[in-house]
Write a protein of this length. Structure first.
Length: 408
């Protein structure tokens, strides 16, 4: 069974999250996107867990169904602790082997801190102890460092992270088999760090609204759709089952470059070094971004590809593509109408972006859309890197835009 899986997302019970991040909204947009497997997100939240238990239909071995979409139980947990005189804030993605396993994890984590304040709970516990607590409650669970390079809340982040998985997790480091690269990095950046070669590099959307689902995902070919088959494909990095990842262009991520958002300053790592790490406008330290951190930890040159590396594809979400073609915001009425028309005709967003022959797309899409999709597939883009919490800007070179969304 071939499918695209997006396992890191949030429910409406997380802060700064759309009210449409409920089961109907998730299932509807998963179908539009072409996602065959979703994480539930936020299973640690008591109210969301109750909804999941009431609404999801078990279909076998840790997999559940709702609205024609399959789900597995997932959550994100923030661990905060002090190490070597510094406050560390590291987020972890948790995959649970079904509702019973998720319930056991919840009971264990509730002993540490409040689970009801937010869909992504913050727990005062070292990462090593958090991993041990989760696996003690559900040995088949998986714990994955989330958005691993984000400055503020990740295992390698410049503001509160570490220089290695072993430094961060101690004896529990061996229990971690995967790393989520996050929106601001991609596999080639992570391939430069040889210490990560034993880990599966996974990519998921971290969506806070349903339109963001699938902006990053994993492509899988599973012998059966089960929790065990999913985890084993990722753990073993078997290229026959773990086919690849779908990636944001990392420059578009909001922490790719160094910078200072309040002053509108974005800097490459070299420019930061030339300025002594200070903002040239206000003189305060800049936020060191993902590319800079990768450069600090890298022991290989750019372009290195380790043996057995899983393939990847970098895409621009279809709503962004259509927004640029139409000259409108990506979620305006006209763009959404054209998006819906194209998806209904061709099956799903991911099919349009990944697999659909351009000649077939031309039978139902205006020429500028075909041209834009071709440019995305070929990586012919102009990108202004994101920095200090500001998303980057991707521009698709187009000779002209069309204003009428329904030309066919």
């Amino acid at each position: 069974m071939r499918l695209a899986a997006d396992l890191h997302l949030h429910s409406r019970f997380s802060r700064a999250t759309s009210p449409d991040m409920d089961l109907p909204g998730l299932a509807h947009w998963a179908r539009l996107k072409g996602l065959g497997l979703l994480g539930t997100g936020d299973f640690t939240h008591p109210e969301w867990f109750s909804e999941l238990a009431a609404e999801l239909l078990p279909v076998g071995d840790g997999v559940y169904a709702y609205g024609g979409v399959r789900f597995v139980y997932t959550a994100e947990v923030a661990a905060v602790w002090t190490s070597d005189g510094r406050v560390r804030r590291v987020h972890f993605l948790v995959l649970a082997p079904g509702a019973e396993g998720a319930a056991r994890i919840n009971r264990e984590l509730a002993k540490i801190g409040s689970l009801g304040a937010d869909g992504r709970p913050t727990l005062g516990i070292p990462g090593e102890k958090l991993v041990s607590a989760i696996l003690g409650a559900a040995p088949e669970a998986a714990v994955i460092p989330a958005h691993a390079w984000t400055p503020w809340y990740s295992i390698f982040g410049s503001q509160s992270g570490f220089d290695s998985v072993e430094e961060a997790l101690g004896a529990a480091a061996g229990e971690v088999f995967a790393l989520e690269t996050g929106l601001s990095s991609d596999p080639p950046m992570n391939w430069r760090v040889s210490a990560l070669d034993h880990l599966a590099l996974v990519s998921f959307s971290d969506a806070h609204s349903p339109t963001r689902l699938g902006r990053e995902a994993c492509l899988l070919e599973l012998p059966e759709l089960s929790y065990a088959a999913l985890v084993d494909a990722l753990r073993t990095r078997d290229p026959a089952r773990f086919l690849g990842t779908i990636e944001f262009f990392p420059e578009e991520g909001k922490y790719h470059y160094d910078g200072h958002r309040l002053c509108g300053v974005a800097l490459s790592p070299r420019e930061t070094a030339e300025r002594g790490g200070k903002c040239p406008v206000c003189g305060r330290p800049v936020t060191v971004g993902v590319l800079h951190r990768v450069e600090e930890l890298a022991d290989r040159p750019p372009g290195h590809r380790p043996p057995g590396a899983i393939p990847y594809r970098s895409l621009v979400p279809l709503l962004e593509v259509l927004g640029q073609v139409l000259g409108q915001g990506p979620e305006t009425k006209g763009v959404l109408a054209e998006y819906t028309r194209l998806v209904e005709r061709f099956g799903s967003e991911l099919r349009i972006l990944l697999d659909l022959p351009l000649a077939d797309l031309a039978q139902g899409a205006p020429p500028r859309v075909v041209e834009a999709v071709r440019s995305v597939r070929e990586g012919k883009l102009v990108i202004r890197p994101g920095y200090d919490g500001q998303y980057g800007e991707v521009r698709i070179p187009l000779e002209e835009r069309y204003d009428e969304p329904t030309l066919f």
